[in-house]
Design a protein around this ligand. Structure first.
Ligand SMILES: Nc1ncnc2c1ncn2[C@@H]1O[C@H](COP(=O)(O)OP(=O)(O)OP(=O)(O)O)[C@@H](O)[C@H]1O
Ligand SMILES: [Mg+2]
Length: 281
C-alpha cells in the first residue's frame, strides 16, 4: 500500500473529498480552497490539496518546487490501463509534495488542459478516472480531507471531480453570471445522477464572495439567487478583504497572521470547516 506520510490519529478512518466548484472564473474557488485547507489543518486534520485546474493557481500558492511533468496529469494517465503507451515511471510519491506540517499538495501542470483529448478514445468510463485513482492509492486512508480546486470550465475534468467528490462547496459572487456558472455545474451533477454511474456529491453549501454590504439590494439579491438554486446551507458571506490579497501575495493563509485584522476571516473559515465536517459525517 502507498503511504507517504501517515495520517495523524483521526476519529474518521475514511477521509472525505471536498471540491470547490463554479464554472465562472474569479469567484474565489482557489482562495477558499487554500484557506479552508488551513482551517482543517488548524483542527488537527491531515489535508491533501489536489489541484485539478490547468491554470495551476492552487499549486503555486504553496511555497514548494514542482518538477516539470511531475503532476496529477501523468498520474491519471498512468492509472488508465488502456493508455499504456503514454505511461511512464512517475510514482505518486514523486509527485505529492509536503507543503507544510499537515498539508500535502498534489500539483497540476498546464498539460492537464489536454486531459479530455488524451482520454477521448478509451473504452473504460472516462468520468471515473479520478475517483478510481483516489481509490487505487487509498488516499482516503492517508488523509482526513482531500480538497480539490476545480477549473472555471465544464467538461470532462469537472465531471471527474464531481464523480470523485463526497461534497461540493460553491463559491460565487452574487451576480447573474456567477449564478449561471453555478446552475451549469449543478446541471452536470444532475446529468451524473441520470447516468447512474456513481453517487453524486452532496451540496455542502454556497459561499457568497465579494459581497457588497454597502449596496441596499445585496441581501435581497443573495437570497433570490440562493433561493432559485438547489436547497443547501448558505455560508457567511465574504466581503472584499484586502487581507486576502496581502496573505496570498505571501503564499500564506489567513491563519498565518497574528494581527487582529485577520481574526474574523480565521473565524469564518473555522466555522465553515466545522460545518462541512458535520455535513459529511
Ligand atoms: N473576498 C475577497 N476579497 C478580495 N479579493 C478576493 C476575494 N476573493 C477572491 N479575491 C481575489 O480575487 C482573485 C480571484 O480569486 P480566485 O483565484 O480564488 O478565484 P477562482 O474562482 O479560483 O478563479 P479561477 O476560476 O480563474 O480559478 C484572486 O486574486 C483573489 O485573491
Ligand atoms: Mg482558481
Amino acid at each position: 500500500m502507498f503511504n507517504i506520510f501517515k495520517k495523524e490519529s483521526s476519529p474518521d478512518p475514511d477521509g472525505k473529498v471536498i471540491a470547490l466548484m463554479n464554472q465562472k472564473g474569479g469567484v474565489g474557488k482557489t482562495t477558499m480552497a487554500f484557506n479552508l485547507a488551513h482551517a482543517f489543518k488548524s483542527n488537527g486534520k491531515k489535508v491533501l490539496c489536489l489541484d485539478m485546474d490547468p491554470q495551476t493557481n492552487f499549486s503555486s500558492l504553496f511555497d514548494v518546487r514542482i518538477e516539470e511533468g511531475k503532476t496529477i496529469h501523468q498520474l491519471l494517465i498512468n492509472s488508465v490501463k488502456e493508455l499504456k503507451p503514454l505511461h511512464n515511471n512517475t510514482l505518486i510519491s514523486d509527485v505529492i509534495v509536503k507543503a507544510e506540517e499537515g498539508i500535502d499538495i498534489l500539483p497540476a501542470g498546464q498539460e492537464l488542459s489536454g486531459f479530455e483529448l488524451t482520454v477521448a478514445g478509451i473504452n473504460s468510463p472516462r468520468q471515473l478516472i479520478l475517483k478510481k485513482f483516489i481509490e487505487k492509492y487509498e488516499l482516503r486512508s492517508q488523509y482526513d480531507v482531500i480538497i480539490i480546486d476545480g477549473p472555471p470550465t465544464l467538461g470532462l475534468l469537472v465531471v471527474n471531480i464531481l464523480c470523485a467528490a463526497d461534497g461540493v462547496l460553491y463559491p460565487f459572487i452574487p451576480d447573474r453570471f456567477s449564478e449561471q456558472g453555478l446552475r451549469n455545474i449543478q446541471q452536470v451533477v444532475t446529468d451524473i445522477a441520470e447516468m447512474e454511474i456513481t453517487s453524486t456529491p452532496k451540496n455542502l453549501g454556497y459561499i457568497p464572495n465579494l459581497f457588497d454590504t454597502r449596496r441596499k439590494q445585496a441581501n435581497t439579491d443573495l437570497l433570490e439567487i440562493t433561493g432559485s438554486l438547489g436547497q443547501a446551507m448558505i455560508h457567511e458571506p465574504f466581503t472584499n478583504k484586502v487581507q486576502f490579497i496581502k496573505s496570498l501575495a505571501q503564499r500564506k493563509s489567513v491563519f498565518h497572521f497574528k494581527s487582529v485584522e485577520f481574526k474574523d476571516l480565521q473565524r469564518q473559515f473555522t466555522v465553515m470547516a466545522d460545518a462541512v465536517q458535520k455535513e459529511l459525517i
